[in-house]
Design a protein around this ligand. Structure first.
Ligand code: OGA
Ligand code: NI
Length: 360
């Protein structure tokens, strides 16, 4: 754990680098050729333009005539994609815009103000510029802000920004509405897996779940073809609701060895399955690798809301989803133990959830 007390190298804010007007990026942001986004032989440009993740209208769940079809659409999207956009999800569009613009204003505050919230790898809360503590690692082209909504014992306003004024009220309301939406989605996923509707929520610890927010800020990058905003990874937690930038795309989802760029629909959330749901569903649902590319002329801001199990509860495949032909694929593990990996190593594709497979 000692390794998690401090960063291995002095922290450089990517935003400061970007604003300094450099024409070439420092070596530590240059990804090896095989990881770069453009010139990627995996991308079939034509396919990339025409294939997109599903968009699901959640209002269908409250309409008797459409409920069954909507459940099926979600079921297919979970099995085949693990990633989809949701619209008419019940979160206020005004609140979505206001929250995103308030965070944008935060990132445009003077650096001295943001530095007051500088984070450490111990909890990651606050203003950060790297994931992982490996000395000499090639870094991603992004800064972020990380904070907790739940459990309440971890919610600490002192670790939330105080500016822009009244921002805490806005962020609080956003957290509340996203916790509620996540609870609804947990029920839908349980039903679609053939489990009692409260199965996943109970397995996550009932009312004691975790909910946190990472706001990603991707500054303009003078050499976007050499860097990545966020390296390929699957989300370690339960489920993720991403509010992407409304001006610029950047998120790419891996589908059969191709990277598909997500084109955000208006006031949609991008929903995706995290590693803990992969484990609980015994890999009927899989967390999917994704990454972020950067842009030379536009900065990008996204809000990733993570809904996670209580951190010290053992997570293992649901008994109902284990059969003689398909025994439990994973050993029980707490989320605390699980996320140590990403906190030490940073984003590493799907290597962790893959390494957990029980010997067969
Ligand atoms: C994340 C993430 C995507 C984005 O924060 O885990 O995948 O578009 N973000 O910023
Ligand atoms: Ni992610």
């Amino acid at each position: 754990m000692n390794k998690l007390h401090e960063w291995p190298e002095p922290i450089v804010r990517v935003q400061s680098l970007s604003e300094s007007g450099i024409c070439s990026i420092p070596d530590r942001y240059i990804k090896p050729a095989t990881m770069r986004a453009l010139n990627d032989p995996c991308i079939d440009e034509e396919e990339d333009e025409h294939v997109s993740i599903p968009i699901i209208d959640m209002s269908g769940l409250d309409d008797d005539a459409r409920r069954a079809t909507t459940l099926i659409q979600i079921s297919i999207a979970c099995r085949e994609w693990g990633f989809f956009q949701i619209v008419n999800h019940g979160v206020s569009p005004e609140l979505m815009d206001r929250t995103r613009e308030t965070w944008r204003d935060f990132f445009h505050l003077p650096m001295e103000i943001k530095q007051d919230y500088a984070n450490t790898p111990k909890t990651y809360e606050g203003y950060g510029s790297r994931l992982g503590v490996q000395k000499g690692a090639i870094l991603d082209w992004s800064d972020y802000y990380f904070l907790h909504f739940l459990p309440l014992c971890l919610k600490d306003y002192n670790k939330w920004p105080a500016l822009p004024s009244r921002c805490r009220e806005v962020f609080d309301e956003y957290g509340k509405q996203l916790v509620e939406l996540s609870g609804r989605l947990m029920k839908v996923l349980s039903i679609n897996l053939g489990l009692p509707e409260d199965h996943l929520q109970n397995a996550f610890g009932g009312d004691n779940i975790g909910a946190c927010l990472r706001v990603n800020f991707y500054p303009k990058c003078p050499q976007p073809e050499l860097a990545l905003g966020l390296s390929p990874h699957s989300d370690p937690g339960g489920l993720t609701l991403l509010l992407p930038d409304d001006n610029v795309a950047g998120l790419q989802v891996r589908k059969a060895n191709k990277w598909i760029t997500v084109q955000p629909a208006k006031h949609a959330f991008v929903f995706n399955i995290g590693d803990q749901i992969q484990v609980l569903s015994n890999a009927i649902y899989k967390s999917v690798e994704h990454r972020v590319i950067v842009n030379q002329s536009k900065e990008r801001l996204s809000l990733a809301f993570f809904y996670n199990p209580k951190s010290d509860i053992l997570i293992s495949p649901a008994k109902e989803l284990q059969t003689p032909e398909r025994p439990a694929l994973y050993q029980p593990m707490t989320f605390d133990e699980y996320r140590l990996f990403i906190r030490l190593k940073g984003p590493q594709g799907k290597s962790q959830v893959e390494s957990l497979k029980s010997p067969r």
